[in-house]
Write a protein that binds this ligand. Sequence first.
Ligand code: HEC
Length: 104
Amino acid sequence: MKTTKLLLLVMTIAVTLFVVMPNLSWAEDGAALYKAKCSACHGADAAGKPAAKIPSLTSDDVKKLSDDDLAKAITGTAKHPGTVKSLAADDAKAIVTYLRTLQK
Ligand code: HEC
């Protein structure tokens, strides 16, 4: 009887993890977030659109920013739409991590 309960508990935990894990990784998928929230303006390759005064995110200036400052620029740029300014800190961080891969 005891073994059955333990088995049930282990199964419950396993199923819960199985359901929750993909959602966790989705929340931190910087590439998907960038594509959905930033690429329309800054471009898929983050090169920006100089004609529309949208800065490149692969410039030396942006490379020099610390991760924190870059995350702050995402949520703190006045010209950004509300959907960008309201990004959760974790999501902004995930995007910063993705941007670093584009900057190489
Ligand atoms: C509606 C268009 C638009 C969207 C969407 C947008 N941006 Fe921007 N972004 C801009 C503009 C315009 C500026 C320049 C703002 C200024 O000059 O004050 C800017 C500036 C920035 C800067 C500062 C660059 C620098 O040189 O200091 C960063 C970093 C940035 N954006 C990142 C992002 C990221 C990451 C996203 C997605 C989460 C995003 N932006 C979404 C238009 C956009």
